[in-house]
Design a binder for this molecule. Structure first.
Ligand code: AMP
Length: 296
């Protein structure tokens, strides 16, 4: 037995369900008792960002279901799903320590894709899914939406909790909920950062020590750019070039920096202060593709 498991067993270890039938049964009992249920979907390798969403879930619902599922349909053919960090014992230990998860849902691939992943029914998102991160990850968001829809149908939660770290994902899932008339309230949580500003992410563990020291430059650059816009200097094209150059000069391979309207991700007019805007970026640092965003 690992140390993590030994510690977990002394704490509030969440119940675990692996089958669709088992989870439906548990949630049905809660619902019959008039309890509100929240779902926090994750791919595991849990960190403080995930835990903050579970905290938020507990504020909005009586029961919290956390799912851990590394979803094959959101990984592209060149993306290495096999190397995605999987830390089930540690995940269970941190959930036990936090003590706010009522049920941990850890399905297998066949539970979620009973007809296999290749010929499964999938969600086709609107074209905004092909921009920003979708440009370099074709089909990624359709895969995300397809798995989130399945989880919503299985758990049927009143509340879905997502992080604003994955801002495009959050907006697209919101769009799917409205467009497909799904009866769930979407609540989003702030980005949780390391003390040096780096947004927490399971992918940060791909960074070498040297790259980890460079990584906070992404959030710093975004914050600096946002500050220029906030101070009324609306020449975004110039700011963007400067930001891309800064990132490249410290060792990133920038993918994009874009200014978008926060509600629908349409391109934002930097002189328009009637709409909330979000500055979004993705950049490669070694093996890791880091994403981040700041509200302007
Ligand atoms: P993942 O396990 O990476 O698929 O993420 C699961 C959920 O956690 C998603 O809703 C993410 O947006 C959210 N999340 C990931 N990292 C953070 C973070 N640093 N702060 C807040 N939420 C996060």
């Amino acid at each position: 037995m690992s140390l993590a498991r030994t510690q977990a067993s002394a704490l509030a270890v969440p119940d675990r369900a692996t089958s669709v039938g088992a989870i439906r049964e548990r949630v049905a009992a809660w619902r019959a008792a008039g309890e509100r249920v929240a779902l926090v979907p994750t791919m595991g390798n849990l960190h403080a960002g995930h835990l903050s969403l579970i905290e938020l879930a507990a504020e909005h619902a009586d029961r919290t279901v956390v799912s851990i599922f590394v979803n094959p349909t959101q990984f592209g053919p060149t993306e290495d799903i096999d190397n995605y960090p999987r830390t089930p014992a540690e995940d269970e230990a941190v959930l036990a320590q936090q003590g706010k998860t009522d049920l941990l849902f850890v399905p297998g691939i066949a539970d979620i894709y009973p007809h296999g992943t290749d010929r499964s029914v999938s969600v086709q998102l609107p074209p905004i899914a092909d921009e920003l991160c979708g440009r370099s990850r074709p089909g990624h968001f359709n895969g995300v939406a397809s798995v989130v829809l399945r989880f919503l149908n299985i758990v049927m939660p009143e509340v879905l909790v997502l992080g604003r770290k994955d801002y495009q994902q959050m907006v697209l899932i919101s769009r799917m909920i409205h467009d497909l008339q799904i009866d769930v309230e979407l609540i989003s949580g702030d980005i949780v950062r390391e003390p040096d500003g780096l947004a927490m992410s399971s992918r940060n563990r791909y960074l070498t020590t040297e790259q980890r020291a460079i990584a906070p430059e992404l959030s710093k650059t975004l914050e600096l750019t946002a500050e220029k816009l906030r101070s009324g200097d609306a020449n975004f094209a110039t700011h963007k070039d400067a930001a891309l150059e800064t990132l490249a000069s410290v060792g990133f391979k920038p993918d994009y920096i874009e200014l978008r309207n926060a509600d629908d991700l349409s391109p934002a007019d930097p002189t328009d202060n009637t709409r909330a805007q979000v500055l979004m970026a993705a950049a490669w640092l070694g093996r890791a593709r880091l994403i981040d965003n700041v509200q302007v």
